[in-house]
Design a protein around this ligand. Sequence first.
Ligand code: BJW
Length: 225
Amino acid sequence: MSTIVILTGAGISAESGLETFRAETGLWAQHRVEDVATPEGFARDPALVVAFYNKRRSQAAAALPNAAHYALARLEAEHSGDVLIVTQNVDDLHERSGTKNLIHMHGALNSALCGACDHRWPAPAVMAANAPCPSCGAPTARPDIVWFGEMPYHMDQIFETLSRADIFVAIGTSGNVYPAAGFVAEAARAGAETLEINLEPSSVGSQFDDALLGPATQTVPAWVD
Ligand code: BJW
């Protein structure tokens, strides 16, 4: 029974209408990373950061899973071994398409986190800056998002699964952000076959055994079926 690890990035949700980060007109062309995706940016201007994630939460809520999300859910349901999907995305389109074994390594728009006591709770549709934590009462609620310089979630479980992976597939991610960009090397070291599915080769594309180029709504169902 084989173990399949799938890493997804913003490209899998692009055809659901959610912007990627590094496209010419993507999120990083509209906002300075340092302002909206670092703990220092949040400390400087919490209202700006909370507004950035409120807008993205409402866009994600209005989006629908696409054929690529559904194909991965089908793969998980039908594969006789383990399938782990590790997403860098903070939208909930994988779970809404039926995926169960899922890790949100960069956090989730629908979750709030207390910067003081680490308590988590469901984020309201519109978060307020400096809202109180429902557990400890400190005015330190923040989006439950992993910003630059912070430790991504569930790294032990991810590396443990990569160490016994038979197949590793990266879908719609540019390979610019670590530690996710290093997963292909980790999987290859463990002896896994590696496949990149993307519109174009990523920054770490040469490290994969194979590539399937094209829009995810076509390439992912074609690979799964
Ligand atoms: C399609 C498509 C279609 C489009 N079909 N495909 C120097 C060297 C190494 C590391 C570092 C370094 N200096 C600093 C670091 C660490 C830093 C880092 O990597 N920096 C780089 C800039 C170099 N990383 C961190 O700080 C991380 N933490 C960390 O490292 O902790 C220490 C640690 C050490 C060792 C082990 C473990 C931990 C934290 C990173 C947090 C990233 N956060 C963000 C923002 C928050 C989430 C959010 O707001 O949504 O996460 S940044 C942003 O980039 C977001 C994404 O999840 C992430 C990746 O982006 P993604 O998904 O790849 O999107 P794009 O836009 O880049 O690419 C889209 C792709 O889709 C493209 O390839 C298109 O071709 C494709 N595509 N349409 C198929 N239809």
